[in-house]
Design a protein around this ligand. Sequence first.
Ligand SMILES: C[S@@+](CC[C@H](N)C(=O)[O-])C[C@H]1O[C@@H](n2cnc3c(N)ncnc32)[C@H](O)[C@@H]1O
Length: 330
Amino acid sequence: MGRGILHCAASVHRKELVGGVMAESKIPAAVNTAGALIKWVTGRLDSSDVYFGHGTDNSRDEAGALVYHVMQLDHHAGNRDYGIRASPKNLAEIQALLDTRIGKRIPMPYLLHEAWFAGRSFYVDQRALIPRSPLAELIVAGFEPWLASKDAGSALELGTGSGCIAVACALALPHMKIVATDISEPALEVARVNIDRYDLSARIQLVKADMFAGLSGHFDLIVSNPPYVPAAASEDLPAEYGHEPPVALYSGPDGLDSARRILQDARKHLNAKGLLVLEVGEQRERLEAAYPRLPFTWPELDHGGRGIAVITAEDLSLSGGALVAGAKDD
Ligand SMILES: C[S@@+](CC[C@H](N)C(=O)[O-])C[C@H]1O[C@@H](n2cnc3c(N)ncnc32)[C@H](O)[C@@H]1O
């Protein structure tokens, strides 16, 4: 689901409010260009106790997302538009969104109804997890060198949420047809919005399913960012996570319930030369300990994040015992 989720409590930016009131909580009149607003919003975020971990990992990027979104500036133009003046309506909107962000600890993408993934904009709301998976890096690279992408024509995504992974896969691999599933009907409604936005309904089929139940067929690629936070961790996570669907975050006592189900049945749904790409984030060591005979590959990620396991159908075909979590070598 996301980067460093279990480390987040330690990295929360905390600064006390003076007398319970934020000294400079209103945008000053002199602060009216995009660049000045980003600087001012950054300072205000820094002096609050918000947590960054839902698509951005720092106050400045989040300030940029807010100001550029409201002023409808081009994210790809860098700081070219910093001199553009905000309208009174823009200023009022930035003020209101920032107050809600800080006051209610709602992640910024839910307030803007926009998240960025693999360089693309996605619609989001609280029905689905905010896109932030490090899988984006592998998707943009067409899963090379693990997937013979020229020959890979079919994929199954388990737990599609907003649909960001399925959409990014379809855009990176234009010949691929994708079945994207989720157990949550509300999440599938969000995925539908994004599939329509990118005009991909001919290539991405949405299916409501509990993991592999009721699914048929064989795929060249199975990809999943399933829930993998241990249930008990919910009490320690920053307030922002409380706005996301619990079904998208938590997965049993050790966080691996979903991963175990995927590993158990993936082989039956993969073609002989197929590939499973499974994100488990901070649970990497637990997964390796639970499946000591499965030869997972863990790609190095240049853009941050960790815990993406890659394994071929051939390796999943190892003796049945290897797929029993906790099975030891002879
Ligand atoms: C960590 S979120 C990932 C969402 C999206 N793929 C992403 O990367 O942003 C996990 C998703 O798996 C779904 N999910 C949880 N349990 C499931 C199950 N048993 N079968 C199918 N989907 C499930 C959740 O509803 C959620 O959308």
